[in-house]
Structure formats: structure tokens, C-alpha cells
Design a protein around this ligand. Structure first.
Ligand code: UT7
Length: 335
């Protein structure tokens, strides 16, 4: 009762911002960023929209899968940086790739979004066998919501997109675990950029303080982060998700060939692997050249590993992430 990955694809902007470039914007340096995070450079959009990056990645995944886009029954897009509140990114990508028979919607689970979306797609394919293929896309322009005057967060983020075409396989190995802790919402958030309506009474607004820090008057569209709290959460949540997913089907973590973790911080990944008692040799890493691209981070790393041969057919792969919400998620499948 699992999934088979038919094709993967990714797209990252050609324009790059190195650590030395960051040092021209905020007081930082290459050595600090590399030691504390493992990041060397990041791809940043100098014009291409989030939807375009997603569509490019999706086209590559469809081409690799060698399928007719008309046979895609489901298209889920995951992003926290869409150009539009409506329509969904999924509908725009459907238009671009010609997946005219797909049900389309977006899903927001921040950096855990791709794993949430893959698991959602798995459940759709399992219960509606008329859907032959699902296309899962993750696309982010974190540069749109990065506060480039906050040196503790702006050095982390990059832009990019990736996509996967899957089909349902009765006999394939598959397990997952999805979790969230909304009490940690205040540790990592970005306000929507929506203005108040003319009917709003400011004295009423105060009654709806959402405990996220600055009240509505102080709203900015950029990300607020308590790095230390997120770090603490991540080092426990990622191993928990992977262990819970494996336990569901009585699989030993030692049987997993490759881990593809959310590329947020190399130190977080190393600590998580230590908790899982798994060697770093099993880990797919690309944080040095991409930084953190939120929901696109896991699938970009997955696509690169597949294309370079670092992940081979038949290997058991664990995709595992955490993010704003706070959310966390893992899935284990055979590639
Ligand atoms: O998708 C999820 C996204 N979020 C995350 O994954 C974030 C998780 N958290 C982290 O990765 C880390 O907490 C950070 C990388 C954000 C920060 O690393 P840290 O080791 O926790 O640093 P810190 O906040 O304890 O700061 C240590 C020092 C401070 O200076 P003082 O007070 O010791 O003098 C900071 O002001 O480093 C300073 N600092 C910097 N120095 C140079 C903070 N940012 C920078 C910087 N360059 N970019």
C-alpha cells in the first residue's frame, strides 16, 4: 500500500547570493554562516515568480516520468510564498503543464509541506483508483518574505522548486507520520500582507490578539523567527517523526538506506541523526549550495540525489522535515 516515484524535477534561479554577498547587506561573514549553519550560497529569484519555478520543476518531473499530463488525476502544490491568495498555485501550474484532468489544490504546512503533500496524495491515490498519477509540487520564493535587516534569519533562506510524479503501488513499502504543535506558532511566522477592511474597528482588533508578538498595527510581511526555539524543536521533532513512521510498520531505522532531511541547518541535521543513531553517510545534503528553501528543500535534495545516482532504485528512503506551525513530518518509501 505505497507509492512509486515515476519522475522528479527541480528548478532553481540562476542568480546566486553568496555568504560574502550577504556580508555586504548585514554584519556577518562567511565563516560564521558556514560554522553555524553549513550554508555557503543560495539561489535567489531576480524576477521569476514562485508559480513559474514550480511549473518548470513540474515539467521536468513529467518529462522524466514519461507520462501524458492528461493522465494526472491530482495536483497538489505546497508553498508559503504564492503570488496569489487565489487562484491556487496548483491551478496555475495545471495550466502551465496541461494537466487538464487533475483536481488541484494548495497545501500549507511550511517546510514540512512536501511530506504532508506526498502523504495526502498517497491517501487520494489509495482511495480513488481512477486517479492514475499525482503530481506534487513545492515552490518557494522565501526572498519575498525574508527580513534582510535581520542577520540571524536572512542568511538562512533561498528560493527554488521541485516536483514529483507518483503512482499508487499495492505492494510498495510505505509509512508516514505527520505532526504539529500549534503552541509553537509564535516562534516562526510571517503575517499575510492583507490590509484591514474599511469596516474594522481598531478597538475590536485588540480583543483578537493572536499571541504572535506585534499587534496588527505592527504587521510586516516578513518572517519573524526565534532561532533558538525553532532549533530546539527541530532537533527533537525530526527524529520523532522518522522514528514514529518506522515504528508504524515495524521497520528498523537501520534498514533505511537514505535520509533526505529538511535542509535548514547542518547542525540540526547532525543532531537529529545522532538522536536516531544513524550515520551521516546516509544523509543527502545540499544545504551548502541552496540554504533553506522551505517546502522545496526536501524535494530539491531528493531530485538532485536521484539525478546524481546518490539515491538508487530499490533503496529505502526517509523524507523528514519540520517547519512553521510548528509542523513536523516523515515518510518512508522505496525509491
Ligand atoms: O525552516 C525552519 C527555519 N528555521 C530554522 O531552522 C532556524 C533554527 N535555528 C538556527 O538555525 C540557529 O538558531 C541560527 C542559525 C538562526 C542562529 O544560530 P545560533 O548558534 O543559535 O546563534 P545565536 O542566535 O545564539 O547567536 C550567537 C551570536 C549572537 O551574538 P552574541 O549575542 O553572542 O554577541 C548573535 O548576535 O551570533 C550573532 N549572530 C551573528 N553573527 C554573525 C546572529 N546571526 C549572525 C550572523 N552573523 N548572521
Amino acid at each position: 500500500m505505497g507509492i512509486h516515484v515515476l519522475g522528479t524535477g527541480s528548478y532553481t534561479p540562476a542568480f546566486q547570493v553568496t555568504n560574502d554577498d550577504m556580508a555586504k547587506i548585514v554584519e556577518t561573514n562567511d565563516e560564521w554562516i558556514r560554522t553555524r549553519t553549513g550554508i555557503g550560497t543560495r539561489h535567489i529569484s531576480d524576477g521569476e515568480p514562485t508559480w513559474y519555478m514550480g511549473a518548470q520543476a513540474a515539467k521536468r518531473a513529467i518529462e522524466t516520468a514519461g507520462i501524458d499530463p492528461g493522465e494526472i488525476g491530482l495536483l497538489i502544490d505546497t508553498t508559503i510564498t504564492p503570488e496569489y491568495s487565489t487562484p491556487s498555485m496548483a491551478c496555475i501550474i495545471q495550466r502551465e503543464v496541461g494537466a487538464s484532468n487533475a483536481a488541484c489544490f494548495d497545501l500549507n504546512a511550511a517546510c514540512s509541506g512536501f511530506v504532508y503533500a506526498m502523504d495526502t496524495a498517497h491517501r487520494f491515490l489509495q482511495t480513488d483508483r481512477t486517479m492514475r498519477y499525482a503530481l506534487v509540487v513545492a515552490n518557494e520564493s522565501l526572498s519575498k518574505i525574508t527580513n534582510y535587516s535581520d542577520r540571524s534569519s536572512c542568511i538562512l533562506f533561498g528560493d527554488g522548486a521541485a516536483a514529483v510524479v507518483i503512482e499508487y503501488r499495492e505492494d510498495a513499502l510505505y509509512t508516514s507520520y505527520l505532526g504539529a504543535d500549534g503552541t509553537g506558532a509564535k516562534f516562526l511566522y510571517a503575517h499575510s500582507a492583507l490590509p484591514q477592511s474599511p469596516f474594522v474597528k481598531s478597538e475590536h482588533l485588540a480583543a483578537y490578539d493572536d499571541q504572535m508578538g506585534a499587534g496588527p498595527e505592527g504587521w510586516t510581511h516578513t518572517m519573524h523567527q526565534d532561532g533558538k526555539e525553532v532549533y530546539k524543536f527541530a532537533t527533537h521533532a525530526m527524529p520523532k517523526a522518522a522514528a514514529m513512521a518506522a515504528e508504524k510498520i515495524g521497520l528498523s531505522l537501520d534498514e533505511i538506506d537514505k535520509f533526505v532531511p529538511h535542509q535548514a541547518n547542518l547542525r540540526i541535521i547532525e543532531t537529529a541523526m545522532k538522536h536516531l543513531k544513524q550515520p551521516m553517510e546516509k544523509v543527502v545534503l545540499n544545504i551548502e549550495k541552496h540554504g533553506n528553501t522551505s517546502s522545496a528543500s526536501i524535494p530539491i535534495a531528493f531530485d538532485e540525489a536521484v539525478r546524481s545516482g546518490a539515491i538508487q532504485r530499490g533503496e529505502k528512503v526517509c523524507l523528514v522535515g519540520f517547519g512553521a506551525g510548528l509542523t513536523y513530518a516523515a515518510l518512508i518509501m522505496e525509491y
